[in-house]
Ligand binder design. Sequence first.
Ligand code: ZN
Length: 258
Amino acid sequence: MLSFIFGATIGSFLNVCIGRIPNGESIIRPRSHCVRCQSPIAFYDNIPLISYLVLRGRCRTCGERISSRYFLVELLMGILTIALYYRFGLGFEFFVGFVFVGAMIVISFIDLNVRIVPDVISLPGILLGLVFSIIGYFINAGSFSLIPSPLSSLIGILVGGGFLLATAWIYERITGVEGMGGGDIKLLAMIGAFLGWPSIPVTLFFASLVGSVVGLTCMLLTGAGRRLALPFAPFLCSGAVLFIFFGEELIQLYLFPN
Ligand SMILES: [Zn+2]
């Protein structure tokens, strides 16, 4: 329960990041305010999840609808924090997983909102993933299941970046259309840095699985054709998060049976 509350509270901060990073605004100042009437949000109206329900998703001052994204992100981060806690206990692995999952949520929702994978997250993310793997190596070499070896992290960056770069190049050559954005390439490199190179094929597998299901559902619901342009980053992010919880089992079962 405590981990849920902690996660939802950080989810509240992630919402601020999602709203402000694309505009290049500071994520620390000013305090949260309503997008319409600019009135600052009081601390008692800023309680994760609960305030949204109490206010029924509206600004207390002007009644402007507050995006359900705020509620969704807090709930998602709360649930994933519980899941991380049960999987890894409380320690360095939990911390790394928490930072990574938070970044995945922010990137996904920014891409959904404005179709950009922000470099200010993915580029430092690549470096941070590598640094965490080095710290993990010195703390507890080889016995973490989440944190890869520094070598695996480094190969992950190269494979993650390289794979999409090659795909994008081939796609462009064949169709003459620019396919995958550069942001997705840096994102996959960041995933490789945090989770090690074996995470790349598994993440792509999960991403295409989630992508097909969501894509088909959207096509059926909206009647839009094959040209429906879905942002790709949320699928990569979901794939990476699924890898954290199910990747090892999948690798052992199917990809590298021994
Ligand atoms: Zn307002």
